[in-house]
Design a protein around this ligand. Structure first.
Ligand code: ATP
Ligand code: LTN
Length: 339
């Protein structure tokens, strides 16, 4: 196997959890952008199974989901010739660096993380008889920092919900470099595509579309059938205004328009002109057909991918980047006086 060769421009690293079902928020906010900029960068994409276990998972389902997500990423255009795709738990360096970073990160920094506050409210786990979130959920951003910092990452393309975590990774890297008077960690930049940074739920357009949403019909899944897509879009919450234009104050219709804009790649003005004088029902019907049309080739490609091919790509991906991760761990241990 050829070692990882950084011949191209900057390095991109990003990750996705193999929990729940991949939805169009993940696709438009992250995966589509990863696929589209593959030629520009050196890319590493990670299925973050260790992050997934910070909340309750069924072991059999988790195993299936890891392969499913990998298959979907490939079907969405992640090309193993251009990008390394791997599973986080296959490289022990992630947990090793995570522990080390734990020891150099103030608790107060983690206490500010809004995702922990949101997710911990919904997590039940028996400890002292009370409902409690796991230590892993609290520590989640440190593992994410380790993912990023292991590979001298320049750019981290994510949806808006992850920007606070990337900011923390930057702070951790800077602090570590100062403590050890070294340049051991590169300082990563977050990259967020403004238009699709936060695709909202169809039933609750005040909250982001999410794998863990419990509202029926809130998320359009990449593997949804045409009928399911039609039903979800026709039932999506809007308002009684019935005018199809980009008005942020009307969160429901605005969100549907953003979805239309990103799938059609039409300009906002053209979309508004197209639907002038027409109501929500007609727009929703067209949106459903557009989403079905765009997801069809992804589903077709996904359904044709043999499991053995997916497994081989994940294995190769891990082996390709292993030397880089191990080299970084060695350097880190050296500066802190371990081993
Ligand atoms: P959960 O809500 O259960 O935490 P998730 O749907 O946020 O899961 P992740 O695996 O955490 O999914 O996210 C993968 C990528 O998709 C990340 O870059 C994240 O920022 C992005 N993303 C997730 N939801 C949205 C959304 N609604 N709009 C835009 N981007 C999103
Ligand atoms: N926390 C991210 C997934 C993730 C990630 C990363 C993203 C884990 N490690 C490193 C970018 C870089 C999420 O929930 N979407």
């Amino acid at each position: 196997m050829k070692p990882f060769d950084r011949t191209q421009g900057k390095r991109v690293f990003s990750g996705i959890q193999p929990s729940g079902d991949v939805h169009i928020g993940n696709y438009l906010g992250a995966i589509k952008n990863w696929a589209e900029s593959q030629d520009e960068y050196d890319n590493i994409f990670c299925i973050v199974d260790l992050h997934a276990i910070t909340v309750k998972q069924d072991p059999k389902i988790l195993k299936k989901k890891i392969r499913e997500i990998a298959g979907l990423l490939l079907a969405c255009g992640i090309d193993p010739k251009k990008s390394s795709l791997f599973v986080q738990s296959h490289l022990a360096a992630h947990t090793e660096l995570s522990w080390i970073l734990n020891c150099f990160t103030p608790m107060g920094w983690l206490e500010k993380m809004t995702q922990f506050k949101e997710k911990s409210e919904g997590q039940a786990c028996l400890s002292t008889g009370r409902e409690r979130a796991s230590v892993g959920l609290f520590d989640y951003p440190i593992l994410m920092a380790a993912d990023i910092l292991l590979y001298e990452t320049d750019i981290v393309p994510v949806g808006e919900d992850q920007s606070q975590h990337v900011e923390l990774a930057r702070d951790i890297a800077k602090r570590f470099n100062v403590i050890f008077d070294s340049n051991i960690f590169k300082i990563p930049e977050v990259k967020i595509k403004k238009e699709t940074a936060r695709i909202m739920g169809l039933q609750n357009p005040e909250k982001k579309m999410s794998k863990s949403s419990e509202l029926a019909g809130d998320s359009i899944l990449l593997l949804d059938s045409p009928d399911a897509i039609r039903e979800k879009i026709m039932k999506a919450k809007t308002d009684s205004f019935n005018e199809v234009n980009f008005d942020k104050e009307r969160a429901g219709i605005y969100n549907l328009l953003v979805i239309y804009e990103s799938f059609s790649e039409m300009g906002r003005g053209d979309i508004e002109t197209k639907y002038e004088g027409k109501g929500y029902a007609e727009f929703k019907k067209d949106l459903a057909e557009l989403v079905i049309e765009k997801l069809e080739p992804i589903q077709e490609k996904y359904n044709k991918l043999p499991e053995s091919e997916i497994d081989k790509i994940l294995q190769d991906g891990a082996e390709k980047i292993r030397p880089m991760a191990e080299k970084k761990i060695k350097e880190v241990k050296e500066v802190i006086g371990l081993g």
